[in-house]
Each structure stands twice: as C-alpha cells, then as structure tokens.
Design a binder for this molecule. Structure first.
Ligand SMILES: [Zn+2]
Ligand SMILES: [Zn+2]
Length: 533
C-alpha cells in the first residue's frame, strides 16, 4: 500500500460583503470532492477555509447601510456557514479573518517578511481626494483600464482582470464624489514581489502539468510582464494592524491577510488535534497542497501566496495543485445579486436537494470553459441521471416488490472486474482534476447495472428460477454498495443512506462485497421527481 500523504486542501475564502451564489460554489465544490476522495483513500487530509472579513468593500457597504464593518462581516459569515453546512462541505476548519488567532499569526508572518528584507518602506505620492480629505484605496478610484479601455474600479478590471499599478491609478477620479484625485506623499510598506521572479518562474514550470491550464497561463502573463512590488499597507481602520512602529493608523491589505488564512487555519486545527502543522506546509513531509477557487483568484495563490511562503525562508512547501475554475454563468450572464441575475446559494438550497445541486455543479462544472446554469438543465440532470438512472437502480433492486432480504449468491466475474476498474479510473480522473469526466464514468457504471438488470428480467426469474433471481439481485446490490463508495465525494447524503440500508461500514475507496444476507428495512426512495417551477 502506498504511504499516507499529508494533503492540505484550501478552499477560497469567500468575501463577506454579499451572499454566495451558485457561481461561487462552482469554484469551491472541487475542494470538497478532493477532501472527501483523499479521506476515502486513507490520507491525512486537512480541508480549510473561512470568511474573508476585511477590506474596503466591507467598509463601503457598512457605510451605505449605516452599520459597522464587523456587523456586515458577521452577517455574511453566518450565511456562508449555513450554505456550507447544508451543502455538506466537509471542512476540517472554517474560520474567519477576524479571529484573534489568525490576526496574531498573520502579524508574525508579516514581521518575518519585514525582517528578511521583503517588506520595505517607501514615501510616495498617492491618490488623495481633497474634497473627502483622505487617501484613496484602489477600489475608491475610478479609471479607464489601461489594458482594455473599459471603465473600471482601481483594484482589478472586471473585464480583463488587469490589476492597475500605483502609477496607473494616479489619473483616476474619486468614486465617492467624482473629484479628480491629486498626488500627495504617503508612507507605504511594499512587498518586494520582484525579488521572487525567478523562484515563481521555476515553480510555475515545475507545476506545468499539475496546475489547471488557466492558472498556468494567467501566472505566465504576470511573469512575462515582470513581477511588480505591491503595497501591503492602506489607510483604513478596519483590518489587521501593522506590527511595526509608525504604522498605527494603517492596516494590512486584505489580500495578504486572506491568503495566509490557509496557513493560520492549519496551525489552529493542528494545535487542537495535537499534530504538527508543518507536516502540511514544509518541504520533505510527503505532502501536497491543493488550492481551489475561481479564475479571478489565481495569481493570489500562484504568485502572492507562494512569494509570502518563500519570503519566510523557513523551508516552506509551495502550492502543488491549482484547481481554478472558469465561470459558471446564469443564462449566459454573470451571477449578480445586485443586478438580480441568477439565484443565491441559499435560494437554490430552498428549491433543490443538496446532493443534486452538488452533482449538477460538478457534472456541469466550468472546468475548462465557462458553463451556464439554468433551472431547466438542473431539473434535467436531477430527473434524468440522478433519479431515472441512479435512483431507479436502487429502487428496483432494494424495493423489489415483496423482497424482504438480499440472499447470498455469487458475483459475476466481469461485474467484479468492472467495479474494480471503476475505482481506478474514477480515482485517476479525480486526481487529474477531471471531475466532470468522473461523473460520466460513474453514470456508465449505473447504466451498465440497469442494463444487466433488464437483460436478466428478475421479475420473470423470480417465478421461474429463484437461484438466478437471487444472483441478479445480489450482483446489482453489490454494484449499489460500491456506488455508495464511488459517489460519496459527490452525493454524500444519498451514499450515507445506502450504506445504512445495506448495513455497510465506513465508506472507503476500495471494492466492497456483501458478505452475509441483508434484511431490507425502511427503504425509502432516495430522490423525488422535480417539476420546473
Ligand atoms: Zn481591462
Ligand atoms: Zn472624494
């Protein structure tokens, strides 16, 4: 047996200033698939995330709603937790950047970068609004994107994802009052990203086949331009304090604080469990680091997180797998709560069963290109693949009219072989991050089982030849028992019920066969037909 690996899976930290929608979940669900799969394989898995609670979008929102930023952040943090609970996300820890533990550890990591010479001070002119009498953050500036020409906020271009440089921001106007900004000297701390150019280039090359192609391309784009140093302090009173004298009125930029959450979560959970957090984050510990998020988050993981880890000079292991999805759109438009496009995650969970939502977000996932969510497609997936194929196999076998128990019989050799192959093939697909294809491969096994059932006509066998009837039902039941393992990463609720019906133990990523007769009790259909509302 191969050695147990230490696998860290980081799910992107959702930003606590508006509701999660299905587009966010399409990027995040990959993390839960991987976490569940690697646990079934017997690895040491830590799956972590949390709510990203700092930064100006939250202070802006608070101002608008006449609340304080903490109230806004905790409102959405609570909502996110509800969504993840109902969708059965199996985080080992879901925390927030507002936790004292996180703040304290981030300050230590920040100080280390400073002591190692990767954070430096610079006095430089910054955008200042005379009317509002304050230095403006990137988001508080409006400008024409120098790359694509669209009107955009200064933090990142919605259209082409370009992040404007300090220089480019100077020509902008104040988003609040429309005044053209002036330049005024400000004391700023910078992260010397340029010093990591070579090492990040090397890491990107090493990961050519293990990062999703969009992660490789997006990162190479930045490397080609040459990595630019980035400001890490801002003039704000909401966020993590700078652990250096003379910066009392400034706070850390949210991007440096949030990407370190993966690390601080690991430290926290390992402290609680009495294990060494370094097993997940240092070189030579037989470990793998996965990061799961949407494509707009790529460079924060491939460049910034890796640079901060390198800058610690403490033998950190860098990100191995970047599972970056394209966008899930709603009827060809970007999900947007403010514009009323699409439905939020909570609304979807009111309408649809959790397992089916997970299944559809994966089988229709934006792995290599943008995909669309429509209620019609969702209902088709649910009624077609999930109910008519998978659900039907279970019903017609375990709820066969008058059947009270599954009798022991013998397995068909070719069915055994098919089951064994499914673990290998589906496992390989999941490890290659091809989750859509994994669901296709599983449906093939379900279709095979339904065909086997039809061809044997157990409704006739039962009257004519009870031995062969028992054999058909026994073989189908064994396939179902294995589907309860194979589908566990995708539909955990249904799989738990099947294992309960068949009195199976814990799910594992290996073939399981019925070893003694099973009394069938209280078997309910797992899925109900949905109507398009
Ligand atoms: Zn642009
Ligand atoms: Zn202004």
């Amino acid at each position: 047996m191969e050695e147990r690996k230490n696998i860290l899976i980081g799910g992107a930290w959702p930003y606590a200033n508006s509701s999660l929608h299905l587009g966010h979940l399409a990027g995040l669900i990959s993390g839960d698939i991987l976490a569940r799969y690697f646990r079934l394989k017997g690895n040491n898995v830590l799956y972590v995330s949390g709510s990203d609670c700092h930064g100006t979008p939250i202070t802006e929102r608070a101002k608008k709603e006449k609340k304080n930023p903490k109230e806004i952040a905790s409102f959405y943090d609570k909502e996110f937790r509800e969504v993840f609970r109902r969708l059965n996300f199996s985080y080992d820890l879901y925390s927030t950047t507002e936790s004292e533990f996180h703040k304290e550890k981030v300050q230590i990591l920040f100080k280390k970068l400073y002591d190692n010479g990767y954070i430096y001070e610079k006095i430089e002119p910054q955008a200042f609004c005379e009317k509002c009498n304050k230095f403006l953050s990137d988001r508080e500036i409006k400008l024409k994107c120098p790359v694509c020409g669209e009107e955009t906020k200064g933090d990142q271009c919605d259209n082409c994802l370009h992040i404007p440089t300090g220089e480019e921001l100077i020509g902008g106007t104040c988003i609040e009052c429309g005044t053209k900004t002036i330049r005024k000297d400000n004391k700023i701390l910078y992260l010397a990203l340029s010093k990591f150019q070579k090492e990040i280039e090397q890491r990107t090359k090493e990961c050519e086949d293990t990062w999703r192609i969009n992660a490789k391309n997006e990162t190479e784009k930045y490397l080609k331009q040459g990595l630019l140093d980035r400001a890490v302090t801002r003039d704000l009173d909401w966020g993590i304090e700078i652990p250096l004298e003379g910066y009392e009125d400034k706070r850390m930029y949210v991007w440096i604080d949030a990407v370190l959450g993966y690390l601080t979560d690991t430290m926290k959970i390992c402290e609680e469990r009495g294990i060494d957090w370094q097993d997940f984050w240092k070189e030579g510990r037989n470990n793998l680091i996965y990061m799961c998020h949407g494509k707009d988050n790529i460079v924060f993981h491939s460049i910034i997180l890796n640079a901060i880890l390198l800058g610690q000079k403490e033998n950190y292991h860098l990100v191995d797998r970047i599972v970056s999805t394209e966008y899930l759109n709603y009827k060809d438009q970007k999900f947007s709560k403010s514009k009323g496009i699409g439905i939020t995650a909570l609304e979807a969970l009111e309408l649809y069963p959790s397992d089916s939502l997970r299944y559809h977000l994966i089988s229709n996932g934006p792995e290599k290109k943008d995909t669309n969510f429509t209620p019609e497609d969702f209902v088709n997936t649910h009624n077609g693949e999930i109910l008519n194929k998978f659900g039907n196999l279970i019903n017609r076998t375990l709820k066969f009219k008058g059947l009270e128990k599954i009798e022991m019989s013998t397995m068909e050799e070719d069915i055994k072989k098919k089951i064994e192959n499914a673990y290998i093939e589906v496992g390989n697909l999941i490890e290659r991050l091809e989750f859509r294809e994994a669901t296709n491969r599983l449906i093939e096994l379900v279709e095979f089982a339904n065909k086997y059932y039809d061809e044997n006509e157990p409704w006739k066998q039962r009257k004519e030849n009870i031995e062969s009837f028992n054999k058909t039902i026994f073989n189908c039941t064994n396939i179902i028992a294995n589907l309860a393992n194979l589908y566990e990463p995708i539909m955990p609720e249904a799989c738990a019920k099947i294992r309960q019906y068949l009195k199976l133990g814990q799910a594992k990523w290996e073939p399981v066969y019925i070893e003694k007769e099973i009394i069938l009790e209280n078997i309910e259909p797992l899925f109900e037909r949905l109507k398009l509302e």
